[in-house]
Design a protein around this ligand. Sequence first.
Ligand SMILES: [Zn+2]
Length: 329
Amino acid sequence: MAKAEVFPWLAECRVHLCELHRTQRLPHALIVHGAQGIGKANFATAFAHYLLCQSPQGDQPCGSCKACELNNVDGHPDLYLLEPDDIGKPIKVDQIRQLTDFICSTAQQGGYRVVIINPADAMNVAAANALLKMLEEPGKDTVLMLITDRLGQVMPTIKSRCQRVECPLPSEQVATDFVAQALSLDADEAQRLLRINNGAPMATLNYSESDQAEWRSQLVKGLADVLKQRRTVVEVAQAWQKADLELMLGWLYSMLVDISRAKATENEALKQEDAHNMLVAVSRKTNPAKVFELASLVQEERKSLILRQNTNKQMLLERILLAWSAIVR
Ligand SMILES: [Zn+2]
């Protein structure tokens, strides 16, 4: 379970939901949507704790009632977290069936039952259909929170039964201050890291605390090598076998967005500073249609990654890298 925390940029979302709750207008199903890495899961956990608390203080759980004590040790029987069994894999229909048992039982502490599904876009079709039935006839005092950064991947029939909670990105200033403080960095370095991570603070913390920076430099180097024909597409694809493909493709997509922006605005001050020279060179040699086509391919491959059981990484990367080398020809 993500740590319960409402970051400052999501405070207004909390005010909104607590207001709905106080006036008894809280819907039984919410989609918590916003960019990746901004603290949506922390937010959902915090709101669940608030709903379960027996004597909330304003918009906060009291922290000391029985429910809060159970939540503090991740042990509240009426809070259910549904995630894929393995990271990056689909949520399966069997998991939704287990959830049905939970929903159909009586709340053990006599209050709400809260379900967090994260990420909601990871449900395969069978799982989504099973969930749909549940959304049509929710139990009393049940709240489902579906978390996603890919709303387009959530079935429209599910979306139409949920009220949407739009989680904003913080402003660049707020995000920079937050990251600089959390990682003890100066503002310039914090800003550089944030730009690699699309301005998302939690994604940035995760980036700096993992091996992602190493993969990022492998990505930049591999893309440059392919363009300059220092390594073949096959060699670079082999070198990336152990990478988190979702992450790599996400970065590549941001680079393509950067190139498009540079071409559209004739402004070569790109956000992706670590790949700046390469991206400027590409933007001078390519045309918008080619960049758009590659960006679409990258998005398609990202979508299919999560729903595919066994991805042939080598083939996928070769397809992407071949298309990458073709955008300057
Ligand atoms: Zn409490």
